[in-house]
Design a protein around this ligand. Structure first.
Ligand code: FAD
Length: 320
């Protein structure tokens, strides 16, 4: 039996979220017993990068190396992955949760008859059947879902397992695009979001809210982000007011982030903002109001004026 893991790359490198998905699959494989973890990569990418998936727990990488697949496309990705589910006798498919994988996973479930759960927050419990926990109500609550059938698809949230590291390398097996797959969409233009670190895959995010009072004060956010090698985010009103670009807007209606560290500065902690950050490993809030709701969600809080605290924090980070 095999576990297939859909692996995504960006700028020629494997996404951290995909390394987590492979590590998750390896742990799930140990629980299920006698399962080979096969990573699936669609597109043309450097083989030495893909071999490194062995260190995360994949024994093999199936590489469908066709340059047309370097752009995410729901239909053709679903067709290829569905064919692989059948040909590899996969009992489990693992994908990192995103709006793209929700779309692709749903189509694979339709084509293969697999059961599917999104927003998964735990390894499977196989003590009696097969069940997983998932987050519901934008992360405010959890549900346990029992899954039946011989094929299952899990769309796994970030930071559920540690990334496995070893010196192992995965074997690469190249494939052509299967006959009958239709390339029905083509990206004809692209404009890349500005910024050194991409928000949705960042290890650290420094985010500012309306407490910063105006765009002219964003220097303290930028300095701290630079010192930490972090991506920059903001609350919705900040982007609505055009203090910051819309691609930095974090929350229910913006980008959903899952960094190791999220620092919220002058952000009140409205439920719609928290919905986009509650998969972060560690949440830090800096707010001058001790009753700001963010402090209830935060792992660490600093009560005080951002204009005083953030430059001191940046100085300390630089000195380290
Ligand atoms: C349908 C819907 C969807 C939404 N989606 C989103 C979303 O995706 N993302 C999102 O962010 N919001 C979203 N919102 C808006 C959300 O409800 C809040 O209004 C918003 O998050 C508040 O932004 P804020 O915390 O920056 O501003 P405010 O609520 O104005 O809070 C500013 C905070 O800064 C603090 N502060 C002020 N001065 C300082 C200082 N000098 N130092 C330190 N702290 C200071 C204040 O104490 C306060 O807590 C949505 C709302 C709706 C209705």
């Amino acid at each position: 039996m095999s576990i297939l893991v859909f692996v995504e790359c960006a700028d020629g490198s494997i996404k951290k979220s995909s390394r987590e998905a492979v590590s998750y699959a390896a742990e799930a494989g140990n629980l299920l017993g006698d399962h080979e973890v096969i990573a699936v990569v669609l597109g043309k990418y450097p083989e030495e990068e893909l071999e490194s998936l062995g260190s995360n727990g994949a024994s093999k990488v199936i590489l469908v190396d066709d340059e047309r697949l370097n752009e995410n496309q729901i239909r053709v990705y679903s067709d290829i992955l569905s064919e692989l589910v059948q040909s590899q006798a996969a009992s489990l498919v693992v994908m990192s949760k995103s709006s793209f994988s929700d779309n692709v996973g749903g189509r694979i479930a339709g084509k293969t008859g697999a059961s599917i759960v999104s927003n998964v927050t735990s390894l499977p419990d196989v003590s009696s059947g097969f069940s997983v926990n998932k987050s519901i109500f934008t992360g405010k609550a959890f549900a346990t879902v029992s899954m039946s059938g011989d094929k299952k698809i899990l769309l796994v949230k970030r930071n559920i397992v540690e990334i496995k590291e070893s010196s192992d390398k995965a074997l690469i097996e190249k494939r052509a695009v299967p006959d009958g797959c239709v390339f029905s969409e083509k990206i004809t233009g692209k404009s890349k979001a500005e910024g050194d670190v991409l928000l949705d895959d960042a290890e650290i995010v420094v985010s500012g809210g309306r407490g910063l009072r105006g765009p002219e004060n964003w220097g303290i956010i930028e300095d701290l982000a630079r010192a930490l090698g972090a991506a920059k985010g903001c609350s919705k009103p900040v982007s609505d007011l055009e203090w910051r670009p819309h691609h930095e807007h974090v929350g229910q209606t913006g980008v959903k982030v899952s960094p190791n560290l999220y620092i919220a500065i002058g952000i009140s902690g409205a439920i719609q903002h928290l919905a986009g950050v509650n998969s972060s490993k560690v949440l830090v809030a800096i707010n001058k109001d001790p009753d700001a709701p963010f402090f209830k969600a935060a792992d660490y809080g600093i009560v005080g004026d951002a204009f005083e605290i953030v430059p001191r924090l940046t100085k300390k980070v630089k000195s380290l």
